[in-house]
Write a protein that binds this ligand. Structure first.
Ligand SMILES: Cc1cc2nc3c(=O)[nH]c(=O)nc-3n(C[C@H](O)[C@H](O)[C@H](O)COP(=O)(O)OP(=O)(O)OC[C@H]3O[C@@H](n4cnc5c(N)ncnc54)[C@H](O)[C@@H]3O)c2cc1C
Length: 343
């Protein structure tokens, strides 16, 4: 057994004092004490060993499309790039570093259905269960059968079955756990071998209702078209999609808002007493669409999307987000929660 602590010179691909600017879709600058991109499980084991031997915390990231760096990271950033898709009938075992959208395309071209509503969501497969990604009336939890993680607390691989993941709206056990505890290595997805379309979401229904016969491929195309039109491309303006979650309020709170004259739309949840409100509506009503604060701004056609105009720091974006959530709190008495992970 090797008892010598791993030195950073022993590890291929390890970069000291690395820029994180190209590892987050906001494109903000921050530095990591160390960074490594891992494509093999053995590289992951070595990286974890190096961090342990050098008393460094680890942060595992995918494509950086749901995080905002507001500080330099004093530990080891591990960029998850493990690849591989194994199929057994309608069950897929997918490595955490696979790109999510490419997986969606792969499933459709292999006669597996269900993920079409989740097309074009940026990021990796490993990050998908963390905030239970969702769009156009569908959430990934519907298909997650198991998640295989490395538990850094007990230094072992552990399997979470669907119910252990405790999924809810943009949330799971992985998002709530102390940062760095669980590293997702693989995700098992059970897909449909027959098309079972989910067309309840209004903007999607409106597009596909013009077709005679709707296929999963049509839904995929429609979702891609709507998303390309609606959301800013991070390559043009750094962003992380929706910055805040849609708040969930009681029936009583909703009534009080209506009584105050706010004509806020609301959506039913699984709990008859709770309603989801669109954060974009609240922010737009509070006058945030298109507002600029130095190098950080709110997108001009989407009040929920904060953008980097080019030279924003993570702190610039965070200060803008705080100002926005304070104004919603004052006006509507609702505390917005960020969907994006602040690091
Ligand atoms: C333009 C745009 C549109 C978007 N639209 C949507 C949408 O419609 N629906 C939606 O749900 N989201 C959306 N998002 C958010 C984002 O795409 C998802 O949250 C995605 O799953 C993030 O993947 P990632 O690999 O980039 O994760 P990262 O941003 O790299 O990481 C996010 C968090 O997960 C952790 N993490 C990442 N990988 C692992 C791993 N393997 N193990 C343990 N922890 C890990 C990170 O430490 C971090 O805390 C959008 C983002 C953008 C930029």
């Amino acid at each position: 057994m090797n008892t010598k602590p791993t030195n950073h010179a022993d590890i291929e691909g390890l970069v000291e004092d690395a820029s994180l600017q190209f590892f987050n879709t906001f494109g903000v600058e921050a530095r990591a004490k160390y960074l490594i991109q891992i494509t093999e499980i053995e590289e992951f084991r070595q990286a974890v060993e190096f961090a342990r031997d050098n008393f460094l915390e680890c942060l595992v990231i995918g494509e950086g499309s749901n995080l905002l760096f507001v500080h330099d990271y004093p530990g080891l950033v591990i960029v998850m790039k493990l690849q591989g898709i194994a199929r057994e009938g309608s069950l897929l075992r997918v490595a955490a570093g696979e790109n999510w959208h490419q997986l969606v395309e792969w499933t459709l071209s292999h006669g597996l259905y269900g993920l079409e509503n989740l097309a074009l969501i940026p990021g990796t497969v490993g990050a998908a269960p963390i905030q239970n990604i969702g769009a156009y009336g569908c959430e990934v939890e519907r298909f997650v059968e198991r998640v295989i993680v490395y538990d850094t607390q007990i230094a072992k691989e552990v399997t979470f079955n669907h119910d252990d993941c405790d999924f809810s709206y943009r949330d799971s056990v992985f998002k709530r756990a102390p940062r760095g505890r669980y590293v997702i290595l693989e995700v098992e997805l059970r897909l449909n071998s027959e098309e079972q379309l989910l067309l309840d979401y209004e903007p999607l229904k409106a597009v596909v209702s013009k077709l005679d016969r709707v296929t999963a491929r049509d839904v995929f195309d429609a979702v891609c078209r709507i998303r390309r039109k609606k959301l800013p491309d991070p390559k043009l303006f750094g962003n992380a999609g929706s910055f805040f979650k849609n708040p969930i309020v009681s029936a009583q709170k909703l009534e009080a808002l209506k009584a105050q004259g706010f004509d806020v739309p609301s959506y039913a949840t699984d709990d008859a007493e709770l309603f989801k409100l669109p954060a974009a509506w609240l922010l737009e009503a509070a006058g945030w669409k298109g507002r600029v604060r130095g190098q950080a701004a709110v997108h001009e056609s989407h009040a929920l999307v904060l953008i980097n105009l080019g030279k924003a720091s993570g702190e610039d974006v965070l200060l803008l987000a705080q100002e926005m959530s304070n104004s919603v709190l004052q006006r509507f008495g609702i505390a917005l929660q960020p969907e994006v992970q602040i690091i």
